[in-house]
Design a protein around this ligand. Structure first.
Ligand SMILES: N[C@@H](CCC(=O)N[C@@H](CS)C(=O)NCC(=O)O)C(=O)O
Length: 241
């Protein structure tokens, strides 16, 4: 599988010329944050990381709400211009700083529509499955993935298997931002309901993704935090059942 390892230096050069500052407000364990971290790795983009303590309510301060009234991470501050939502951060950064890797978000209308559809699929269905799991362990005090969670996750895997049976990557026959977005959430779901080997295409895609430097640097550390955190919640729920 060819992930197109030609790495852009455009972003770094542009930054040197304009002397600009990009800030990324983040929590490393968060799946959407990790997709933003992966694109910065892929584009070799320099930025100032700003950790936001969600548990401590740092996303609800007047300063943060001014930047992002939806109080979510990731939030990107590109020299004063605010971009909220990981999917838009991915497409914005490729458009603005990644034009030597423009195929990550193709300009052709049909290709772009397919990539956009996969991004919306990730934002609603895939991230929706993560939400159902998180609600089950926080609100319902689940001690293990419920039958509903297992069903939702398998629906996600089945759909991705179909996408990946039609094209080499999640949206097209080459790597796009849709793969990056799905890599963050699928890797998280895999910690909850491991991908069954019967999903052959998905298994092969995920194996290939895990070998990429941008995944190792941008996703793996935060994924370990996410896995440890969710397991510790389920463990502590055992005493409350
Ligand atoms: N669609 C958004 C989802 C972002 C999101 O829900 N982030 C969570 C962390 S995983 C968050 O910030 N939760 C705190 C809150 O919404 O107040 C994206 O892709 O950026």
């Amino acid at each position: 599988m060819n992930f197109g390892s030609a790495i852009s230096s455009n972003a770094a050069i542009h930054q040197q010329i304009t002397n600009m500052t990009i800030k990324l407000y983040k929590v490393d364990g968060s799946p959407p944050v990790r997709s933003a971290l992966m694109i910065t790795e892929l584009l070799k983009l320099k930025y100032e990381p700003v950790d936001v303590n969600l548990m401590g309510g740092e996303n609800m301060t007047p300063e943060y709400l001014k930047k992002n009234p939806n109080h979510s991470v990731p939030t990107l501050d590109d020299n004063g211009f605010i971009v909220a939502d990981s999917h838009v951060i991915l497409t914005y950064l490729v458009e603005k700083y990644g034009q030597s890797q423009a195929q990550l978000y193709p300009k052709d209308i049909a290709s772009r529509a397919t990539v956009d559809q996969r991004l919306f699929f990730e934002a609603t269905i895939v991230f929706g499955a993560i939400r159902v799991f998180m609600t089950s362990i926080f609100a319902e005090k689940a001690t293990e993935p419920s039958a509903e969670v297992i069903q939702k996750v398998n629906e996600v895997y089945k759909t991705l298997e179909t996408y990946l049976s039609n094209t080499k990557f999640v949206a097209l026959d080459h790597l796009t931002v849709a793969d990056i977005s799905c890599a963050s959430s699928v890797s998280s779901l895999n910690e909850v309901v491991p991908i069954d080997a019967k999903y052959e295409k998905l298994t092969a895609w995920f194996k290939a993704v895990q070998n990429e430097e941008w995944y190792k640097k941008g996703n793996a550390p935060g994924l370990a935090m996410y896995a440890g955190f969710t397991k510790s919640i389920m463990e502590s729920n055992k005493g409350k059942a």
